[in-house]
Design a protein around this ligand. Structure first.
Ligand SMILES: [Zn+2]
Length: 359
């Protein structure tokens, strides 16, 4: 056992040095962590102008140890906030100013394309749409290790519209449905990696929860830290009778059979119903989270020409399907890889993503 002997001059000098370093750190840290000084050092306006001069997405590739060093994470948080909360025009400036040189040392799997991953629920008990926190973490670790670059949904949107470049090996992480596990399990891990992610919420299930769902407060907090929330319809994540038989079909993509009148909705009634639903979802999200882009993930991955037409009428810019593939500029129908399922080991995920590197 090596005990510290203060009578030994070397140990004494070392102890004094250690103690004075500690005092010096306190001198630096205490003013930096007081709310007043934070306010003074990084006002939103300052961050905006700083950001417009020297924008970079590089820092998202670095792990963000938010729990240990809160004061150092603050600028990153501010930048994430800018990306998700600025008005569309301002956000465009950031996305357009992306610098490819930041990614020079990485392996290049693909360029000018984006893989979008789809998850649902995180829980110890895994199934077809549920993976354990451990499995989720292994996916994130592997994405980072293999030089994939996780970008924000807003950056992706600008890329798809031809307004921004993306880094090589760009990936977007999405979650469907409003499970609270996004807040309790996914979000802390995403913060540790400095990754953005998007959650598509069924708005009615947030307004009137019957099971553990995210709250608007949780979403506001997460939005401040780089997560984003978009529509998975207001209350059309359901199946209904679409004919006089008993077959149940997704209600966003099928005219409903009106039991009382013994007839199917007319085309006009169908269009009106889905338009009301999509608009209601957008309005509620904007009421709670502020102005933002309009994006839609199709319930059950089901869609048709009418849904896309009506969606465009209400201002929806991207439509997220469950078709597997990689996304290239110009399309508004987004392919996704179903990553959040119990059979998807990190190796399987890498193999699956590799299938699309050359497509
Ligand atoms: Zn869903």
């Amino acid at each position: 056992m090596n005990r510290l002997n203060l009578q030994n001059p070397t140990n004494l000098a070392f102890t004094v040095l250690l103690f004075s370093s500690f005092l010096f750190c306190l001198y630096l840290v205490i003013p930096a962590t007081s709310p007043k000084s934070l306010e003074q050092t990084i006002s939103p306006e300052q961050v905006i102008s700083e950001e417009q001069r020297t924008p970079s997405y590089e820092q998202f590739a670095e792990p963000v140890a938010i729990k240990e060093v809160k004061q150092e994470v603050k600028p990153v948080v501010q930048q994430l906030e800018l990306e998700t909360q600025q008005q569309p025009g301002q956000r465009q400036v950031n996305a357009l100013a992306f610098d490819q040189a930041d990614y020079g040392k990485q392996k290049v799997h693909y360029t000018d394309k984006v893989i979008v991953l789809a998850y649902h629920h995180i829980d110890e008990k895994e199934n077809g749409i549920t993976i354990s926190p451990k499995r989720f973490k292994s996916h994130l670790q592997r994405l980072k290790k293999e030089d994939y670059n996780v970008i924000s949904m807003e950056h992706f949107l600008h890329f798809m519209k031809g307004e921004a470049k993306v880094p090589q090996n760009a990936v977007v992480i999405t979650f469907d449905d409003g499970y609270e596990s996004f807040y309790t399990h996914a979000y802390p891990e995403l913060l540790n990696f400095g990754f953005h992610a998007t959650k598509f919420i069924v708005v009615d299930s947030i307004d009137h929860p019957k099971a553990p769902r995210l709250t608007w407060d949780q979403m506001r907090e997460m939005k401040q830290n780089g997560m984003s929330f978009y529509s998975h319809t207001y209350d059309h994540h359901d199946k209904v009778k679409a004919g006089s038989g008993n077959t149940l079909m997704p209600m966003l993509t099928n005219p409903i059979y009106l039991e009382n009148e013994k007839r199917i909705e007319t085309d006009d009634e169908y269009r009106k119903r889905i338009k009301q639903d999509l608009l209601k979802a957008e309005n509620r999200i904007e009421e709670e989270l502020g102005p933002q882009y309009r994006l839609l993930a199709f319930p059950f991955g089901s869609y048709n020409e009418t849904v896309i037409g009506v969606g465009k009428e209400v201002g929806i810019e991207l439509f997220f399907t469950t078709k597997e593939g990689i996304n290239t500029i110009g399309s508004n129908e987004i392919y996704r890889i179903h990553a959040g399922t119990s059979y998807m080991s990190e190796d399987d995920l890498m193999w699956r993503m590799k299938l699309y590197h050359k497509k």
